[in-house]
Design a protein. Structure first.
Length: 302
């Protein structure tokens, strides 16, 4: 706030008042009070002149005119020292308002304006000037920035979640079960549990006693067997590639082994939910007897 006066006041029969569509800037709000002050100064100068003339002149008071002179003096005193009473609600100054009402309305407007009405307006977020306020247009810019930041954060969260899921899957694939939403500390701990040197374990030897596939010499036969790997830690993470089938020879039903027969490449499939390995072998019998069955060793690497 600052003090205002005018050394060369000019009287005006009208004042400029603010309307509801005008900006609440000090230049707009101050137009009416500035002109009213000028009017007051002009009137005060004239009143002072009248008072001096009254003091220097002898006044003959005619009968019945004492009250008019007293009223004039009261009016002069009121103009000289006006009493301002602030209005309870903001009202637009209107033509015909007396000085008391006009100044009471103006005082209410000035009281409600507070300090922000006299601050400079900035349309950017870089000002460091004290007493500045931000233009409302910056609200849209700031809101757009918030939306973009939230979008980037959501994308980052998804990327981290996807990355954690991929890492957890890789750790689980190495035999250490890890949840996709596990904490990074838990994942780091599980990585330390991964074996550098795999364990090789034999599940057993199995005689492939199958049925004849064709008759006569050089007939083919196929045998299928199953074995459980559910006792292996992390068997749910195993695949068929973790199993090795080795040919250990032919089994003779009268005892002993024979190596005069041939065997085809064995096949295998694995069900991780049950831990069951299914494997088969086809073999050729050169002498037409089916009492010679191949024996397969089953190994698991984990």
């Amino acid at each position: 706030m600052k003090r205002y006066t005018n050394n060369k006041p000019e009287f005006s029969d009208e004042i400029i008042i603010t309307e509801v569509t005008d900006w609440g800037h000090a230049d707009n709000v101050n137009k009416a009070p500035e002109q009213l002050l000028q009017n007051t100064l002009v009137l005060k100068k004239e009143v002072d002149s009248i008072k001096k003339n009254l003091e220097r002149s002898e006044i003959i008071v005619e009968e019945g005119k004492e009250n008019k002179i007293e009223q004039l003096q009261n009016t002069i005193e009121e103009i000289d020292t006006p009493q301002l009473v602030e209005f309870d609600e903001r009202e637009i100054p209107r033509e015909g308002d007396d000085q008391k009402a006009l100044w009471g309305k103006i005082k209410k407007w000035l009281s409600d304006l507070k300090d922000a009405a006299f601050c400079s307006v900035s349309n950017h977020c870089m000002t460091t000037e004290k007493g500045s306020v931000l233009d409302a247009r910056q609200g849209t810019y700031l809101q757009n920035q918030i939306v973009e930041i939230n979008s980037n954060m959501n994308a980052l969260k998804k990327s981290v979640a996807d990355g954690k899921s991929a890492i957890a899957s890789a750790i689980t694939g190495k035999g250490v079960s890890t949840a996709a939403d596990a904490e990074f500390a838990a994942m780091a701990s599980n990585i330390g549990k991964i074996k550098n040197n795999p364990t090789i374990q034999k599940l057993g030897s199995y005689v492939m006693n199958g049925s004849q596939g064709s008759t006569g010499w050089n007939g083919m036969a196929t045998a299928t067997r199953t074995v459980s790997a559910a006792s292996i830690p992390g068997y749910q993470n195993l695949t068929a590639n973790n199993f090795i089938l080795s040919f250990e020879g032919f089994f003779h039903n009268n005892g002993g082994e024979e190596n005069r027969y041939s065997i085809g490449a064995p096949g295998k499939s694995y069900n991780p939910s049950t831990g069951i390995l299914t494997f088969s072998a086809s073999y050729r019998n050169y002498n037409g007897f089916w009492q010679m069955w191949p024996t397969l060793g089953v190994w698991v690497v984990y």
